[in-house]
Design a binder for this molecule. Sequence first.
Ligand code: ZN
Ligand code: ZN
Ligand code: ZN
Ligand code: ZN
Length: 410
Amino acid sequence: MSRNLTLLLLLLCVLLVIACEAPHTHTFNSEWSSDETYHWHESTCGHDVISGKIRHSWSNSDPVPPTHYEDGYASHICLVCKYEKTDITPALVDAHTFSSGWSYDETYHWHSATCRHDVVTEKSEHTLTAYGSCQVCDYREGEIIEGNYKITTEGTLTVIDKELVIGDVTIPSEIRGVKVVSIGNSAFSGCYSLESVIIPNSVTVIGDNAFDFCKSLNSVNFPNSLKTIGGRSFACTNLSNLDFPLSLTSIGNGAFAGCDSITEVTIPNWVTSLIDAPFIGCKSLERVSLPNTLTTMPGFRDCSSLTTVNIPTSATAINSSTFMGCVMLTDVTIPNSITSIGDWAFERTNIRELIIPASVTSMGKEAIAACSNLKDVLFEGTKSQWANLNSRGIIIPKSCIVHCIDGDII
Ligand SMILES: [Zn+2]
Ligand SMILES: [Zn+2]
Ligand SMILES: [Zn+2]
Ligand SMILES: [Zn+2]
């Protein structure tokens, strides 16, 4: 009996010891663990348990939409555990844009992509007439073509599809073995998306209108081979810096007309021919330096910011409309090489005093008309010389006095 009691007591004691031991509380890492979907706390007690498992709560972020060239994306971060994810939206590559003009080679014509992807549309063989020109595109049999360029056997380069001329362009010095010596007339005319161009050292002539209306064109090099810049070749472009090479001799009429970013021009003395008015209508042009070797004074009509300009001491005439509309011009020196001054030469300038050397023997009737601020004309000849000069009746602005060396004209 007492033996049984002893066993029972022993069993009770064991049970009591088990029951008295403190219950185990799992412990967890304070840091979050995460996968793509959930975050939770891992245990640190070695038991295979986790705590607080729940879906991420994503932050809102502005998605970057996909473009034709790049994937779109949206970045998110879990506000609780800081887990990051990026959702990608694929680029819209099914929306290529194509030129309305034709590209071609010796066999086919097609529309090239203007989106810069290497894809084409409507590609088919030329349909040649009996005279060997394609009825669809501009191809003529026997032309030398490479990429978007075409070249004559004499080396004059033109562009095939101007819509494809985008951004920065480097013109090759040779095409299919033919040296590029000339940029053709109107070759790049109206390439609105052309921003800069590098002309190779083989080029001697930039043709008339070659780059006119390339409104975005802000940079061009004039290579050391260049002799002639053609008429209106860079008219209405965004060029600002002009650096003329030693090889250059001639700049054509209106070559830089309407280039409203040009503020300053220096014509080096190796340029012997400035035809008519290369810088006509350059509204920001303030300062011009001309070499004293030019025999003709170029025109600066409607250069409405022009304040500083010299008339070369080698020039013999100030032609009609030379400074017409140069409303900021207050001061100009007429050298005694000048023998004639054309009509409207100073019209609407802001000149207050004009010294006319005795060398001037011919003057347009309206040479100084509409110079409303002109107060004094100092004629360096006699009254009788002035009478000869004035035989056709020069219109003198109101309240302006003509002074001759032997007295004033009243
Ligand atoms: Zn545990
Ligand atoms: Zn989370
Ligand atoms: Zn595309
Ligand atoms: Zn064709």
